[in-house]
Design a protein around this ligand. Structure first.
Ligand SMILES: *Cc1c(COP(=O)(O)O)cnc(C)c1O
Length: 381
């Protein structure tokens, strides 16, 4: 099956009791057993729920993977991967990371004796000197947030495999429509389902997808033991959202390209960070491992004046000033004070994340209105 067909059909079967074409919301905490000796695979809803099962199959199929596990948030999914580790283990990850991941790694898990190395992984060679027997995990995020840097998944997988380390990829920005890390050799794909998979800004959820059954069992054991599972109503909403994932992503990509080109040609705009530009430093890798370039981008204003940037963000009318991304509506965000405020300023500046950087999640509205809005806001900036 091709992607659009998978998005609509994978995991979903008519309800066995009524034939309902949509998977029902199994709003239940427990399941009645016919006898202590036989149960139907569903015992208690922390462990399993049929609405969640359908969604897990759908997300696994979208990632060309065998097993999916859903969580009450993207961070719940990430947390479960880190719980595979033990004190003394080391993780290699990038220095341009989702702020919440950086916060979890440094503020929660460093005190449990897990060591995180934050390096510029756009050059895989930077990781080589850090690899040792304690390196148990590579945590990759590509495209990165918010600077849209691209990491070559295949070359880091090659380095990790030689060392027997696991590779997990946060695939939130690309969505499975643009990139499938398991096909590039990764062991674990992580999603903030909150974003493109859900697509309608109405759910917080996370997911992991793996091919290895033993790894699935370990992750499912931690999930059931620690309990960060999503409710069935949220699973239903995401199942519904996924049915248009391919249509939404096509439009996000089309609109994204036009907005990136508009910004780049605007006299008030300085640098535009979007991997679809032929002169983006990682464009060749992006072309190789992604099917298109998406609707996420960042830019700076010429002169790097924070007041001008704030004026712009106050002047938009169709864009909404908000954290998050990947919904149908266009969002504008100020990473330094919003999504990435949990990263200390010195650390941010070192990694190229300036105070005036503006991030866009270009939605699926009509492109004339999106560009018209940015154009009038730039005039006021
Ligand atoms: C939002 C996000 C997360 C965290 O997911 P939540 O669903 O908000 O917990 C992790 N990684 C990336 C890249 C994100 O954008």
């Amino acid at each position: 099956m091709k992607f659009g067909t998978i998005a609509i059909h994978a995991g979903v079967e008519p309800d066995p009791t009524t034939g309902a074409i949509m998977t029902p919301v199994y709003q239940t905490s427990t399941y009645v057993q016919p006898s202590p000796a036989k149960h139907k695979g569903y015992a208690y809803a922390r462990g399993a729920n049929p609405t969640r099962t359908a969604l897990q199959k759908s997300i696994a199929a979208l990632e060309n993977g065998k097993f999916g596990i859903c969580f009450s948030s993207g961070m719940g999914a990430t947390d479960t991967v880190i719980k595979l580790l033990k004190p003394g283990d080391e993780v290699i990850t990038s220095n341009d990371l989702y702020g919440g991941s950086f916060r979890m790694f440094t503020k929660v898990y460093e005190k449990y004796g897990i060591k995180f190395h934050f390096v510029d992984l756009t050059n895989a060679a930077n990781a080589a000197p850090l690899v040792n027997a304690k390196t148990k995990l590579f945590w990759l995020e590509t495209p990165s947030n918010p600077l849209m840097r691209i990491i070559d998944i295949r070359s880091l997988v090659a380095m990790a495999k030689k060392n027997g380390s696991l590779v997990a990829v946060d695939n939130t920005f690309a969505s499975p429509f643009l990139q499938n890390p398991l096909d590039l050799g990764a062991d674990i794909v992580m999603h903030s389902v909150t974003k493109y998979l859900s697509g309608h800004s109405d759910v917080i959820m996370g997911a992991l997808v793996v091919n290895d059954e033993k790894l699935r069992d370990e992750l499912a054991f931690i999930t059931n033991s620690c309990g960060a599972v999503p409710g069935p109503q949220d699973c239903f909403l995401v199942l519904r959202g996924i049915k248009t994932l391919h249509l939404r992503m096509q439009r996000h990509c089309q609109n994204g390209k036009q907005v990136a080109e508009f910004l780049r040609s605007h006299p008030k705009v300085g640098k535009v960070y979007w991997p679809g530009f032929a002169d983006h430093p990682n464009h060749e890798i992006a072309k190789k491992q992604m099917r298109d370039f998406g609707g996420m981008m960042s830019f700076e204003l010429k002169g790097d004046n924070l007041e001008h940037a704030i004026k712009l963000m106050e002047s938009v009318k169709i864009f909404s000033l908000a954290e998050s991304l990947g919904g149908v509506e266009s969002l504008i965000n100020h990473p330094a004070s919003m999504t990435h405020a949990s990263i200390p300023k010195a650390e941010r500046m070192k990694n190229g994340l300036s105070d005036t950087l503006i991030r866009l999640s270009v939605g699926v509205e009509d492109i004339e209105d999106i560009i018209g809005d940015l154009s009038q806001a730039l005039e006021k900036a």
